[in-house]
Design a protein around this ligand. Structure first.
Ligand SMILES: C[S@@+](CC[C@H](N)C(=O)[O-])C[C@H]1O[C@@H](n2cnc3c(N)ncnc32)[C@H](O)[C@@H]1O
Length: 270
């Protein structure tokens, strides 16, 4: 009797929870004319307990604009343990080298292969980014398929960063590949110690496969703005400063401005 009473109370409670969840506002992911409802799911707390401190940033580093500077030099000017989120999207050579496209630069991907390559510098950038992130701050690290399958862990080994998740960006168009043709890119979510979601990650409706169109400009491929904005909203508060030391087309700046965050970043090419 007591058991059946407990069960019926539980069932009433779960019906109430389901009703509440159903009446919550829904976000929509619209891509290629298809619309998907993203139900808000309160898995963890929606209150952030990790707050960005007051920052003292050198006058030569202006917020929300393009800065032409070497990314390592830029990072060295920033205070330690200061920022809640950073993006890093290095110019990878891995895929091009691995696939051994002998004619790249002549008639295949000439603009892309003319880009400044950063592979040897990547661990130095990651080490500096981990210094400037505050405890439990996030690094969103764009990763090419070659490094994803052969290993990138050694870039994080000497830092307080740990991989905690990954998002696959699904592109609308198919690319190169001897076996499968590329249609996706990968974003590693790394977190500075202590790694935890509760009280830090406050948006719980981001799918780990994200379709979005992003146009290329002058051989630099911008990353998807709406995905980056969703991640920024998940781990920062309005007014926080998000950094990107190799900003390319400044897609992270546009993402920040779309959700009332500040951006601080540079590119060696301006
Ligand atoms: C893959 S692109 C970044 C694209 C960017 N995420 C976007 O969405 O537009 C990499 C960028 O790194 C820049 N870069 C290369 N070496 C750099 C360095 N030492 N410091 C700063 N930026 C650098 C390149 O000029 C290029 O624009």
């Amino acid at each position: 009797m007591e058991n059946s009473l407990r069960l019926s109370t539980q069932s009433a409670q779960s019906k109430k929870l389901a009703k509440n969840a159903a009446s919550k506002p829904k976000d929509r992911l619209v891509e290629n004319g298809k619309s998907t409802n993203l139900r808000r799911v309160n898995v963890y707390s929606n209150e952030r307990v990790v707050l960005q401190p007051e920052l003292d940033i050198s006058d030569e580093l202006e917020l929300n604009t393009h800065i032409q500077m070497d990314g390592l030099e830029f990072l060295k000017k920033l205070p330690s343990s200061a920022f809640t989120a950073a993006f890093f999207d290095p110019q990878y050579r891995g895929v091009l080298d691995y696939l051994g496209y002998g004619n790249e630069g002549k008639n295949r991907t000439p603009k892309r292969s003319a880009q400044i390559q950063m592979t040897d510098l990547i661990p130095k950038f990651i080490s500096e980014i981990s210094r400037v992130l505050m405890p439990s701050g996030h690094l969103f690290l764009w990763m090419d398929k070659f490094h994803l399958v052969t290993g990138f862990q050694n870039w994080l080994d000497e830092t307080p960063l740990k991989s905690v998740d990954m998002v696959t960006w699904e592109k609308p168009r198919i690319g190169m590949g001897y076996r499968t043709r590329r249609k996706s890119e990968f974003l590693i979510v790394a977190q500075k110690s202590p790694a935890r979601a509760k009280g830090v990650w406050t948006r719980h409706n981001i799918p780990d496969v994200w379709p979005e169109r992003a146009a290329s400009a002058n051989g630099v491929h911008p990353k998807p703005e709406r995905l980056q904005a969703a991640l920024i909203e998940a781990v920062t508060n309005e007014g926080d400063i998000v950094i990107d030391p190799a900003a390319g087309t400044y897609s992270v700046m546009r993402a920040c401005l779309s959700c009332n965050r500040n951006f601080l970043g540079c590119d060696i090419r301006g």
